[in-house]
Design a protein. Structure first.
Length: 256
């Protein structure tokens, strides 16, 4: 049975001045690195919520302290999202205003949240998105690959066989493909791309919007060479050039 089709019952604040928030769940986009990259509406929502569901309360506390916010928090992550859903829905039914945040970017995009959004829909609880920064679109803008769109894959499976199969699948696309990868597996991913797709042009954004942001573009071998004498640190966004029309110009690395 599908979700009920209803008109929006929660008003969307179109002004920069604070307005009373209607009860419901608010999916709030937070900075992907630079703590100044947060909208006025997001700050207003976090300030006026009765509770913030945070993927890591220690991480979110830094954001709240930076902007002088003191809203109570409750941990909500992939290990407890199923067990906490009932409690959260009950609080929402009682009229609370609850904000959901992840460690960075938009919740429910390669982060916890989708399960709770679905539960809210089933329970007829209003859900409102408060958009914010996106590592995906930031990387696409910086990559410079010609495109009329892109494909977002998120994190690849951990097992080598499944990763290779997915790389073969996504590597045949005629649009850029965006992947997330941890610093601990980046070099392994580069070797797998080289083995599966050859000298495909790549873009890698490391520590996007942070002080030590680094942008690299080149083949897997060229990017591996850039990390030859240092450890990879920080979260990485990888963009595969399209299988055809892989971009103009020679391979090069650039650092910011």
């Amino acid at each position: 049975m599908g979700w009920p089709i209803t008109a929006r019952q929660t008003p969307v604040n179109q002004n920069t001045q604070s307005e009373a928030l209607a009860p419901g769940l608010y999916i709030v986009g937070t900075p992907i690195g630079n703590l100044s990259d947060i909208t006025l509406r997001a700050l207003d929502t976090l300030r006026n919520a009765s509770l913030i569901l945070a993927e890591d309360t220690r991480h979110t506390r830094k954001l709240l302290e930076r902007h002088g916010l003191h809203t109570p928090m409750l941990s909500y992550h992939k290990f407890n999202e199923a067990s906490r859903a009932g409690e959260i829905i009950a609080r929402l039914h009682s009229g609370e205003i609850i904000a959901l945040v992840s460690d960075s970017g938009m919740p429910a995009v390669s982060d916890p949240g989708a399960r709770l959004v679905a539960a809210c829909r089933d329970a007829r609880v209003p859900v409102t998105a408060v958009p914010g920064p996106s590592a995906v679109t930031t990387a696409i803008a910086l990559a410079g690959f010609p495109t009329r769109g892109f494909i977002f894959v998120g994190f690849l499976p951990h097992k080598s066989g499944a990763r290779k199969r997915e790389l073969e699948q996504w590597g045949n696309q005629t649009l850029p493909v965006v992947l997330f990868e941890s610093p601990y597996r980046l070099l392994k991913l580069l070797s797998e791309i080289a083995e599966t797709l050859g000298a495909r042009q790549l873009f890698i954004g490391r520590e996007l919007t942070k002080h030590f942001e680094e942008l690299l573009r080149g083949t897997p071998a060229e990017i591996c060479a850039a990390f030859e004498r240092r450890t990879v640190k920080g979260e990485c966004v990888v963009v595969l050039a399209p299988a055809t029309g892989q971009g103009s110009g020679e391979s090069h690395d650039e650092q910011a």
